[in-house]
Ligand binder design. Sequence first.
Ligand SMILES: [Zn+2]
Length: 211
Amino acid sequence: MSTPFALQLNADYGPMKVLRWERAVELVLAGKAVTVAAYEGRFVRSESLALPWPSVVALKRYARSRERVRFSSRNVQARDAWTCAYCGLRPLLHDGRPDRKGLTLDHVIPRAQAKGGTVYLPWSRRWVKVSCWENAVAACASCNTRKADRTPVQAHMDLRIYPRVPTHADALRITLDRIAHVPPEWTAWLPERWRAQPDLFGEADVRDVGD
Ligand SMILES: [Zn+2]
């Protein structure tokens, strides 16, 4: 762990986002945040100070989250917890991590039925761009092939997850998914249900945190 990240909590100690450690140190030194947990035995040193290396920091004043997540196939799949929106399959590798190659991106209302690059979403009664958060879901290859250029209704397939613009919680979960190793110091501050996700917490991490 050469450049550890820090988890930023809001003033109510709700998890907010992941920061570069330099930014966390800046916030602490500026008096805008307090260190809630530090990486054990590690210090940020300069000529004049040795600061415990922040692992979790909390803002002193409540801030509105403005996190935006880039729309991409990988991020859509992370939003959907690597689960096919049609059959619920969650392809896994031998070590329990999600098999990302086992999933595809499906445009719920297919591109072939778009009018001027936009599609009508009957569930939200809105016109949106074909490729956007609200019209994209993770789908396994077999469901995607079966569905082809049809809507779920035309293909007689159930859509289990209605696609959505990522919430703040989704945004954080998607970011965590990109970190190979979620520090055990963060676990207490993350929603308990996320701990069951092997893509966020490897087996070894869970053992480290336990008891
Ligand atoms: Zn499927």
